[in-house]
Design a protein around this ligand. Sequence first.
Ligand SMILES: Nc1ncnc2c1ncn2[C@@H]1O[C@H](COP(=O)(O)OP(=O)(O)OP(=O)(O)O)[C@@H](O)[C@H]1O
Length: 475
Amino acid sequence: MSGNMGITFRAMINSISDGIYICDYEGYCIAHNDAFLRITGIPMDVTGRHVSTLLDDHLISDSVTIEVINSRQRVSKVISYPSGCEALVTGNPSFDEEGNLINVVCEVRDLSELSTLKNELKCSKQLNKQYREILINYGPTMINASRKITARDPKMQNILDALPRIGDSDATVLIYGESGVGKGLIASLLHEHSGRSANGKFIKVDCSAIPPSLIESELFGYEGGAFTGARREGKVGLLDHANHGTAFLDEIGELPLLLQVKLLSVLQDHKIQRVGGTTPLTMDIRFVCATNRDLEKMVEEGTFRKDLFYRLNVIPIAIPPLRERKEDIFMLTLSFLDKFCQKYQRSLSFISEAMDCLYEYSWPGNVRELENVVERLVVLNQTGIIEKADLPEKIRRANQVIVLQHTDFSSRKDRKIIPLKAAVAATERQSIERALRQNVQLGPAAQALSIDISTLLRKCKKLGIMRGSASAKMR
Ligand SMILES: Nc1ncnc2c1ncn2[C@@H]1O[C@H](COP(=O)(O)OP(=O)(O)OP(=O)(O)O)[C@@H](O)[C@H]1O
C-alpha cells in the first residue's frame, strides 16, 4: 500500500479501539494499529516480521494467526499477553477468487475493561447486599401497618425513639422542618402510636391549600343557610372527622389570625362552633401541627398569636433536612428501591458511583425528592443496573463539583477523603482538559497525554468532556 492510500488506511485502522493485526498468507505482518501494540504491550512496530519471531521473542504467548493459516478457518481464542491484558483474539482468513489464502486479519478485543466492569458490578452487588443487611439488621426502621420510616442518623433515631412515648401522651405536637422531610409521616406515626387509631381517624388539613375565605367553614363546618351559597342541610367540618382521632394541621403558619383565635379556643375548651351555629360541640381531638416557617419570628412580627404558639409548642419536634443527615441517604435509597422494585416488579441495583452522587447531592426537596428520583429510576431503567449516567443531570453535576473541589490536593489536611476512583477520574479530566486547551488538534493532544486518539475520544465521551469547549478540533 502506498502514498495517500496507505496514510488513509493507517488512519482508519488507528481509529478503531480494538487491536487490528493483519498478515499475509505466510504469516508476515502487513499492518497493525496502535491499539494492537497497547493491548499486547509490544513496544515497537512489528510490520514485516513473521509471527513466529514474536512468539520466539516472547512478545506474544500464543498465535491465532498460525492456527488460521493451518486450518484456513476462522479461529477465536482468549489470549493473555505479557502486558497483563487479556484479549479475545479472532483471526479471519481471506481468500482470492481461486480460493487461495491471501491474508489473515485478527481483531484483538481487550477483555480487561470488561472484567474490570464485571468486577465493579460484582462489588456493587456485594455492596448492595451489605447495605440491605445493614438496613434489615441495624437500621432502626419502624414498621407500621401501612408505611415504613427509615432513619439512621442519630438525630432522627432520637425522634424515632421518642415517638411511642409522645404518641401515647396525647399532648399537642408541633413539627418543624422543610418541605418533604417527613413531617406528615411522623404525624401519622404519632396517631398510630396514640391508641387513637382504633377509634378515630387521622385527618390532614393543609392550611396553605384552602383559601382563607373558606378555611373556617372547611375546618369547623357550617349550619344550613349560614351564608350565601351554603348548602341547606349544612356541612360537617374536617375537625368533626377527626373526633376521637388526630387532626394534623400542616403549614399552620398560614392560618389567618382570626382563625388562630378560634383554634386556640378549641385547644383550650375542646369545643367547636360551626359557622352560623350557636351551640358548641364537644370534640375529643389530638392536634399535631407542622410548619416550615419560623413561628417565633412570626410571633415577634405579630403575624402569629403568641398564646396559640405556646399552646401548640408543647412538644416540639425538629426534623433536619436530608442534607444534614447524609447517613440516611443510603438507607432511604435502598428502602425506596425495595419499595418500587416490588411495586413495578423489577430487580435493580445501584452502581456505587451512582450511590456516591446521591450522597453528595444537597436534596433541596428532601426525602420526597429522593423518593421521586428513585421511583423514576426504577420505572425508566432497562438494564437492571442504575449507573451514574442514569441520574438526573443536576445530581450528577453536584458530584462532579465535589470531586473537583476535592482534587485540589494542594492544601488542607482536613479535606474529606474521596473514593479513589473519583479522584482518578477528576485527575484524568484535568489532564485531558489541559491537553485539549493547549493543543488545537486531537493528535498532538493525544500525544501529549501518551495515549492514542481513540483512547482520548473514548475518555472524552466517558468523562463528558466537550472537545469544542476545550477548543480542540478533530483532524
Ligand atoms: N424517614 C423516612 N423514611 C421513609 N420515607 C420517608 C421518610 N421521610 C419522609 N418519607 C417519605 O417522603 C415523602 C414526603 O414526606 P412528608 O409528606 O411526610 O413530608 P413533609 O415534611 O410533610 O412535606 P410537606 O411539608 O411538603 O407536606 C413521603 O412519601 C414520605 O412517606
